[in-house]
Design a protein around this ligand. Structure first.
Ligand code: PLP
Length: 437
């Protein structure tokens, strides 16, 4: 389930406390860790079913550690891009695809997923759903506005249950059209429409695991800091939950690009909408982070009326303020932003001084994370994509270097399938209706 039926977000009733079990996690494989963490949140799958889903989901990753930690001179990088589409979204969407299939199987139901994307989400969702029984996926993306590479990552998937729709419009048009289709309740119910966007709780759940994995790979230090490049607040919210479960994360360092509404919030308490800026880290070109409301719920000590007031005020005026219990909040988060120039410089610095290639999203996290480095406390920067996915920015930062990945190079010669359409709700519905199960 994406949104709850009242339009709010789903949250766990309580957060399990693993403090007394932390020591026993040392040395566990990624999959064993995933089971150990997820089982506390799941009461409708047997242990055997959950183990099976986890094993199937991470068998598609090309590294035995699933999310390996690389140690550089004075910080560490947790590589989250070893899944089939080379972005961290695979960690959650590989699991989600298998989970959906399993649940549908058990209830003899079907699902048609509708998704709007400007790039990374679409390919990761397709990779999670392709070939699954009882599920179709329909992806709307703006013609010519994703990178050619990102488009090929979607359109070269020829499974019968994958339907790419290239819309002659902007990303906003795609999103508006998708919302409009979802708001037609008759249509939604008739075709069992579902979503895979980043508010889906199962996605957050799967992402908690790699924070624990980072700690294990660091050899279980007393405390450590984690820098997270942030867009929709999904990734870092998983880190916040890991911290509340007892993982000794000292600071969560929130890093944004020029779209710095969240960085400003954590520095001032003021949450204020601005214009969207297009940057070298497009997956973070977001003003309104869809998972932020979940954080507010815990910040307001689970007072739902306060969350509603805050969100209503923000929706109607474009800004809202939190009177922080300053002490507690500043203990959890530090925040900063990186400009385009700083992003490119960080890519260059990592390559020249650390002999390590990072993508522009990861660079944003490293730039901000290193500003807050604290003596004696290990710093882990989350790497959210393989650099070869963002060839344009990489060429700008490092004109003399060619960054490739075999998975991406192979796409050039593969046949593609897509449907070109106008921004026309009825036409999209008709298309969906003839292909839905
Ligand atoms: C989606 C994405 C992000 C942002 O993650 P959130 O969970 O939305 O904060 C960062 N980097 C890359 C490469 C992404 O695809």
């Amino acid at each position: 389930m994406g949104l709850a039926s009242d339009g709010g977000l789903l949250v766990p009733q309580s957060i399990p406390d693993l403090r007394s079990r932390l020591k026993s996690l040392r040395g566990m494989s990624y999959n064993a860790l995933a089971f150990e963490i997820m089982r506390h949140y799941i009461d409708d799958l047997s242990d055997k079913e959950l183990v099976g889903l986890i094993d199937t989901s991470y068998a598609t990753f090309d590294h035995e550690m699933i999310t390996p930690l690389k140690s550089l001179d004075d910080f560490h990088v947790l590589e989250l891009f070893h899944g089939p589409t080379l972005a961290f979204k695979d960690v959650a969407l590989q699991f989600l695809g298998n989970l959906f299939e399993h649940i549908l199987e058990g209830s003899d139901a079907r699902l048609n997923i509708l998704c709007a994307t400007s790039g990374d989400t679409g390919s990761a969702a397709i990779a999670g759903i392709r070939g699954k029984a009882r599920i179709n996926i329909f992806v709307l993306y703006p013609t010519g506005k994703t990178s050619p590479l990102q488009e090929r990552q979607m359109t070269t998937v020829l499974d019968d249950n994958v339907h790419n729709i290239s819309l002659n419009g902007s990303f906003d048009d795609c999103q508006t059209l998708m919302k409009s289709v979802f708001s037609d309740l008759n249509f939604r119910d008739q075709y069992q429409l579902g979503a895979v966007n980043s508010v889906n709780w199962a996605r957050i759940l799967a992402q908690i695991v790699y924070y624990f994995s980072a700690w294990c790979q660091l050899d279980c230090p007393d405390r450590f800091n984690v820098a997270v490049p942030t867009g929709n607040f999904g990734n870092i919210f998983a880190g916040y939950l890991a911290k509340r479960m007892g993982l000794p994360i000292h600071r969560l360092i929130l890093a944004t690009n020029q779209n710095d509404i969240l960085a400003n919030f954590f520095n001032s308490g003021l949450y204020q909408r601005g214009d969207v800026h297009f940057t070298h880290s497009p997956a973070m070109d977001i003003q309104i982070a869809s998972n932020f409301e979940r954080y507010l719920f815990f910040e307001f000590e689970q007072a739902t009326d306060k969350v509603t007031d805050f969100m209503n005020l923000f929706q109607s005026t474009g800004s809202a303020n939190v009177n922080f219990n300053t002490k507690r909040h500043s203990e959890d988060f530090l925040a900063g932003a990186a400009s385009n120039e700083e992003t490119l410089q960080t890519i260059k610095w990592c390559y020249e001084k650390q002999d390590y290639l990072v993508d522009p999203h990861t660079a944003v996290g490293i730039h901000v994370g290193r500003q807050f480095s604290e003596l004696g406390i290990p710093l882990v920067c989350l790497s959210t994509a393989h650099p070869a996915k963002f060839e344009g920015a990489m060429k700008t930062a490092l004109p003399e270097v060619t960054v490739t990945h075999p998975i991406l190079s192979e796409l050039t010669d593969l046949p593609e399938r897509k449907q070109q359409m106008e921004v026309d709700e009825q036409a999209v519905k008709d298309y969906l209706a003839t292909r839905a199960d």
